[in-house]
Design a protein around this ligand. Sequence first.
Ligand code: 13P
Length: 232
Amino acid sequence: MIIALNHKSNFNQEEFLNYQEEFKKIQTDHTMILCPSTIHLAQGKTSSIFLGAQNVSAYEKGAYTGEVSAEQLKSYGVSYCIVGHSERREYQKETNEEIGTKITRLFQNGIIPILCIGESKEEREEARVKEVLQEELEMATRNLTEEERNRLIIAYEPIWSIGTGVIPTNDEIHEVFDFIKGLFPNTKVLYGGSANEQNIEELKQVKTIDGYLLGGLSLHPDKLKLFLDRLN
Ligand code: 13P
């Protein structure tokens, strides 16, 4: 399975180095993708994990103060990059179109995008889940080749589940995964949103899940180890 760890804006330098010491002790056969804060990427690569970024510039290179290009990420050993996380859609007002451009930049540099999609609580209550997901998927991937669509990773993260401790029922996840895989039959799909060492026993019953995008849990190597042990 693919296990992607989204540290978000956590850890100062000392905390990150301490984390890595603990993290290195975890033995697993799963594909681990560590996505630290951009500032830690240069210190992030170890032999047993893939390195992921949490964002990329939509611009190629040049006079874009504060931006980090896909080419720069690549030169630091980054193989994956999260795009379209709901926090960036909300706080940085990222649009599906901009996310699509970022995906193109990543593929141009041989980096695999992890495209986050998900509905709000309101959209779920209004029975608009499939409509929202389809729009996010289609608008962000419309310029991709068949081969790129297959290499892309999709992360389904219901917004109401992120950081709340509330997760969808297995039936709800099943329904959404069947829908996404109907549109993208050869693409790996991850689940993200309050997945932890307690609820993994339940989540792992959903056999269509190809992996997990972990937020809060990823900051605690001891709990992460329990999660991985129980996933096996
Ligand atoms: P939590 O696991 O903290 O809910 O965060 C999920 C997430 O946003 C991963 O990208």
